[in-house]
Design a protein around this ligand. Structure first.
Ligand code: PMP
Length: 355
């Protein structure tokens, strides 16, 4: 039976990407060696790293003055590193979900934090206090897509201070106006590649303005100066990330990806709204195109486990809702084909007919 992987991350990768990765595990670029055993200083991997950085630049139209880094430590280390490198006095944090709250907790170690939150409503809406943001803030940090709760802010906030974005779960789904940002980061394991690499896009001139001493590995300048090769980078995840980005280029780039992901999200939300058995969990205007969260409608609550079993037995994998939300979460990252979403929609219709 064909399986459709709706996992929130690590998550689905395109078959062509997995095949390229598998082939490089056996023979990397005709070296006769596996990608798993080559030196990161060898000319082949130096070229791979450079191509990965360039391809990201090209796909996202990253302007001059910004650096692309691939680091270790996950997006979670960025929660600390961002504040350590950029927070002088005061920063604004949009507390729109679990990950945003974790980022904010780290920032409080380094300075004053002004918080705008939807926590009291279990994060079912996205805070948008754009005209209340203090102008003297060093930056405003927001999590553009809330992987756990399924809300998203699909624009670059219009505020008078600089922006920092955690785009772990929606990078490569829209064009970004970089001129507003000092930094964008994310874990690779959703829309780019397997777990193990973290991307950071940072404005060079935003660095070097804090007074505190910075540990070498946590100072972005260390990695900028060494073209992301200060220490051993996550070689294999970066190779796979490059395969994904090359595939994105073949598909036609970010505009095309945006169109496809909008169509897929519409397909599923339309069915959730139409089908009497289900309902969405967040405010309609803030619905995520990446992580679609839904539960059984109140009158059909008792069917939760039955639907989960029904779908799982038919090849839908990893689509249980986060424990704080319940129900179901279907993650529609770029590698999820439209047929996968249609298949899930058809199962929802079939389940409705039998109840
Ligand atoms: N931010 C967001 C939006 C996430 O979804 C996640 C992981 N699911 C993280 C940060 C943390 O990423 P990591 O596990 O790479 O530290």
């Amino acid at each position: 039976m064909k399986k459709y992987n709706f996992s929130a991350g690590p998550s689905i990768l395109d078959e062509s990407v997995i095949k390229n990765a598998a082939s490089a595990v056996l023979d990397y670029e005709g070296t006769g060696l596996s990608i798993l055993e080559v030196s990161h200083r060898g000319k082949e991997f130096v070229a791979t790293m450079e191509e990965a950085r360039q391809t990201m630049r090209e796909l996202l139209h990253i302007p001059e003055g910004y650096e692309v880094l691939f680091l270790g430590g996950g997006a979670s280390l960025q929660f600390t590193q961002v504040a350590m490198n950029l927070l002088k006095n005061k920063a604004v944090y949009i507390n729109s979900g679990t990950w945003a709250a974790k980022a904010m907790k780290e920032a409080k170690l380094f300075g004053e934090v002004v918080e705008f939150s939807s926590k009291d409503d279990n994060y079912i809406w996205y805070p948008k206090p754009w005209n209340e943001i203090p102008e003297d803030a060093d930056y405003l940090h927001f999590t553009s897509n809330n992987t756990v709760y399924g809300t998203q802010y699909r624009q670059d906030p219009d505020v008078k201070c600089r922006l920092v974005g955690d785009m772990s779960s929606d990078i490569f789904t829209r064009e970004i106006d970089f001129s507003k940002y000092d930094l964008i980061y994310g874990g690779a394991q959703k829309n780019i590649g397997p777990a193990g690499a973290t991307f950071v896009i940072v404005r060079r001139d935003a660095l070097g303005h804090v007074d505190r001493p910075l540990p070498t590995m946590l100072d972005y300048r260390t990695h900028v100066e060494k073209d992301s090769m200060f220490n051993t980078p996550p070689v294999f995840p970066i190779y796979v990330a490059l395969q994904t980005m090359k595939w994105y280029k073949e598909l036609g780039g970010v505009k095309v990806l945006e169109k496809i992901c909008t169509e897929k999200a519409d397909m599923l939300y339309n069915e959730i709204d139409r089908n009497k058995l289900f309902r969405g969990t967040v405010n309609e205007e803030d619905r995520s195109m990446m992580n679609v969260c839904f539960v059984m409608a109140d009158e059909y609550k008792e069917l939760n486990d039955e639907f989960f079993k029904f779908a799982t037995e038919r090849g839908i994998t990893s689509f249980k809702g986060h424990r704080t939300v319940g129900g179901f979460r279907a993650s529609l990252y770029n590698a999820m084909p439209k047929e996968g979403v249609q298949y899930l929609v058809d199962l929802m219709k079939e389940f409705e007919r039998s109840h």
